[in-house]
Write a protein that binds this ligand. Structure first.
Ligand code: SF4
Length: 261
């Protein structure tokens, strides 16, 4: 893993849906075969930290309208740098509405900010990670579930994503049962055969879940996942705990298209 400490160019990036993200960290230590980011050679194997983000945010926060929705993400370097925490302090002091993505324990260290009654904060946790799904399938629990339930216990506005749903691997209804009161958002697996992530996911399934390989091959060829479709039909009215949409803008790139971050 290559760690790159850099100065910020733009501290915010605004995606096609107009969502404003604060650039604190970039990169990932997981290597999910279905990940869209792997089309970006600077993504996998690298962790970037924008070391001046706190100072830049202090300088620029007055240009952001009050109560704007700001999205920010924890990263594996938060334990050392504490940049999410420092940025949250500034953003909350300026009455911003925060949407925080976190797959890391560090978020529990910041409960004093996140669960403060006056704080407008929503937390999103992604649960489609092979190791944690396998642990959950074996034991009915995993560290991720404990973190999510702990946040819920402190009245944090939290939701979980199972994105993508992996048929035969992610039992979404069982996962939702282990997350009482927490909305679980799902999205369809994208394994188009002409994409990097489609090819890598099929390779991964063939190696690790050979009994599922014929089903994934069919999904790749047809674009149709009967398991996802059954969930969609059951929950599309939006009244249940399982939600058939993602709580953020999601773009299905073409093969070779690099989503810039
Ligand atoms: S899907 Fe998410 S967790 Fe997996 S490699 Fe991509 S960014 Fe990391």
């Amino acid at each position: 893993m290559i760690i790159c400490e850099e100065k910020s160019k733009d501290i915010f990036r605004i995606n096609k849906a107009g969502e404003r993200h604060l650039n604190i960290y970039k990169g990932c230590v997981d290597v999910c075969p279905f990940c869209y980011w792997q089309a970006d050679p600077s993504w996998l194997g690298h962790l970037y930290v924008y070391t001046d983000v706190v100072e830049r945010l202090e300088e620029e926060i007055s240009t952001v309208p009050e109560k704007s929705v700001i999205r920010l993400s924890y990263g594996p370097l938060e334990g050392k740098w504490k940049l999410v925490r420092k940025c949250m302090e500034i953003l909350l002091a300026h009455n911003m509405a925060l949407v925080i993505s976190s797959d890391y324990d560090d978020i529990l260290n910041d409960l004093d900010l996140i669960a403060a009654p006056e704080a407008d904060v929503k937390v999103i946790m992604e649960f489609t990670k092979f190791k944690q799904v396998e642990q959950f399938n074996k034991t009915g629990n995993s560290h991720y579930f404990e973190v999510a339930n702990e946040l819920k216990k402190h009245d944090v506005d939290i939701c979980v994503t199972v994105s993508p749903v992996l048929p035969g691997i992610t039992d979404v209804e069982r996962m939702a049962e282990a997350l009482p009161g927490i909305p679980v958002h799902i999205s369809l697996l994208d394994v188009r055969p002409d994409t990097i992530w489609g090819k890598k996911t099929l390779e991964y399934v063939e190696k690790n879940y050979p009994e599922l390989f014929p089903m994934y091959t069919t999904i790749s060829q047809t674009g149709y996942d009967p398991y996802f479709d059954s969930l969609y039909k059951k929950y599309e009215d939006g009244k249940g705990q399982i939600k058939t949409f993602l709580p953020f803008y999601d773009h299905r790139p073409e093969d070779g298209e690099v989503i810039k971050r």
